[in-house]
Design a protein. Structure first.
Length: 575
């Protein structure tokens, strides 16, 4: 009996095949976006820390992926995704990557590999500026080979015990962010704070907390936007449909709503709390919102995503300040608040806001109970593994860099680079010095020596410190009385009022200095009193901060080009 196939059936089959091919392509694009998030983490961590450690942080983020890849190849992938899964707890490392090349699901391998690298790199920020690079490499290998793959298998391997219970973690709020955040917290505790972070009395009690601002909010913001961009692949790659709850468009929507709302909430919260909106904390808030929506991005609606974002916005501020000001744990980039606290919140929120199983949608407490159990066991597993890991590294290898390395900078002493910003560092080799010596000149030949003028005039240095906004007015006033030569510097300073206390991530910034301009003038011909009067008229507003004028006698001045001294050295050539 012949079976007739209609054109409609052929078209339907072709459409299904095209849909599967498009899905496979999108899955790999999503993996590439998740890989690009390594760049975002590197920029955030570099911007929120000091310039002397920038190269070290870049290196750690690079090696997280490069060390993690062979470890995941040889051991991690088998523990996580093996078809021979034992008791719902652990896969058999059967090396299918090397023995079953033709039939292996390569898309699954690549996607899970980049997720593994993300879990590992979270720790870099909390341990920044004081960790031995070699110790960090050992940690990175262990978390990529064993710690992450085993618990991730519970969640995403179809035979895993949490997966079979119905645990919701669509893109890794628990499996990745809670794991990375837990490791970050334990690593920071084992390391201790950076030098100068906390003042302690003789009994060891903390008496003062000092902010250590990062060197580039620009890099921090760039990294935040890169991470947000990559998060669309992080959350969306596993979607198998375009529309509806669980579809790609819906995931993109929730992945946009939550971080945006979180950032707005944090901006307003810090504005009210500190008197000014906190830039770095608001950047952290957007990441907190992304972490919080990660487990539930495919199962919540817009209302749920909004509430998740609101809570994340408050939570990131409270936890950053609690960890720093109360627990006195030094976390330079807020990794514990962003990834651990909001990974927990996001995972538990699935039991509240899941449209199909959540408590607030009339489905009872069952899903919330499953979420609590899963989150607890994942954190417990990670904590036990990380305590053992860091303890062994600290005991047998050493975990923390020396005080000298920390003070000078890990870039210089760990990696042999004077600065990651080459334009701000000068280094001279022995060859450079030999070349400079070989082209020396005779000063008596090069400079036409001129005898000092017989004119006896008093030489005076007038140093004026004032607001930067007043420079143009001051310059015009001085030019009008014949003062054209001046040296101008951007400086920081304060008077008796000590400036105004500002806050960085909730901690007071110790150096309460304000940006100022300093204008140095040397006069001989123009009367000192005339210069002072001109400056006073130009700068006076009657408010604190108008500035000060310092008058300093000068013994002599020499013009290098001509050899003129004293009065003549300060005059124009025409005179």
């Amino acid at each position: 009996m012949e079976t007739q196939v209609t054109l409609e059936q052929v078209a339907s089959l072709a459409q299904q095949a095209a849909g599967k091919e498009a899905y496979a392509i999108w899955f790999l694009i999503g993996a590439a976006l998740v890989f690009f998030m390594q760049c975002g983490f590197a920029m955030v961590e570099t911007g929120f820390t000091r310039a002397k450690n920038a190269g070290n942080i870049i290196m750690k983020n690079l090696m997280d992926f490069c060390i993690g890849t062979p470890m995941f190849m040889f051991l991690g992938f088998g523990l996580m995704m093996s078809e021979n899964y034992l008791f719902g707890l652990i896969g058999k490392p059967d090396m299918q990557l090397f023995t079953n090349f033709a039939d292996l699901d390569w898309s699954s391998f690549v996607f899970n590999l980049v997720f593994c690298a993300t879990a590992a790199t979270i720790v870099s920020g909390s341990m920044a500026e004081r960790t031995k690079f070699s110790a960090y490499c050992i940690y990175s290998a262990i978390i990529s080979a064993v710690v992450y793959p085993i618990e991730a298998g519970w969640v995403w391997n179809s035979q895993g015990w949490l997966c079979q219970m119905g645990f919701i973690d669509f893109a890794g709020g628990a499996a990745i962010h809670s794991v990375g955040g837990t490791a970050a917290l334990i690593g920071a505790i084992f390391l201790g704070p950076r030098i100068g972070k906390y003042d302690r009395d003789e009994s060891g009690k903390v008496t003062a907390v000092h902010a250590i601002p990062g060197h580039s909010l620009t890099l921090g913001a760039l990294g935040t936007f890169i991470l947000w961009f990559g998060w669309y692949g992080f959350n969306g790659a596993a979607c198998t449909q375009l529309e509806g709850i669980g579809g790609l468009a819906a995931v993109f929507t929730t992945t946009t709503i939550a971080p945006a709302v979180a950032a707005v909430v944090t901006m307003i919260f810090t504005w009210i709390k500190n008197g000014k909106p906190d830039v770095s904390m608001t950047l952290n808030a957007s990441l907190a919102g992304l972490v919080a929506i990660t487990p539930t991005c495919a199962c919540v609606d817009a209302i749920g995503a909004t509430i998740i974002g609101v809570v994340a916005g408050f939570l990131v501020v409270v936890v950053v300040e609690f960890v720093d000001l109360k627990l006195h744990i030094d976390d330079p980039v807020g990794a514990v608040a962003v990834h651990l606290a909001n990974g927990i919140w996001g995972t538990l929120s699935a039991g509240l806001f899941s449209v199909d199983t959540g408590l607030f949608y009339g489905h009872g407490f069952k899903q919330l109970g499953i979420q609590c159990l899963g989150e607890f066991t994942i954190i417990l597993w990670t904590a036990v593994c990380m305590v053992i890991t860091f303890f062994l590294i600290k005991k047998f290898h050493g975990l923390r860099a020396s005080a000298q390395e920390e003070i000078i900078g890990l870039d210089k002493l760990e990696h042999g680079i004077d600065s990651s910003y080459a334009g701000f560092a000068q280094s001279f080799t022995s060859e450079d010095l030999k070349e400079a010596a070989s082209i020396g000149v005779d000063l008596n030949t090069a400079i036409p020596v001129t005898k000092a003028s017989s004119t006896q005039s008093k030489l005076t240095k007038i140093s004026i410190v004032t607001r930067q906004s007043k420079f143009d007015v001051l310059k015009q006033a001085l030019n009008s009385i014949g003062v054209t030569g001046m040296t101008v510097s951007n400086v920081m300073g304060c008077g008796m009022q000590k400036g105004k206390t500002e806050y960085y991530r909730g901690a007071p910034v110790d150096v309460t200095l304000l940006p100022k301009i300093r204008v140095d003038i040397f006069v001989a011909k123009v009367p000192v009193e005339e210069v002072i009067e001109a400056a006073k008229k130009a700068l006076y507003t009657g408010h604190i901060g108008d500035g000060k004028i310092f008058v300093i006698p000068v013994e002599n001045v020499v013009k290098v080009r001509t050899g003129e001294q004293g009065y003549d050295a300060l005059q124009d050539a025409e005179e």
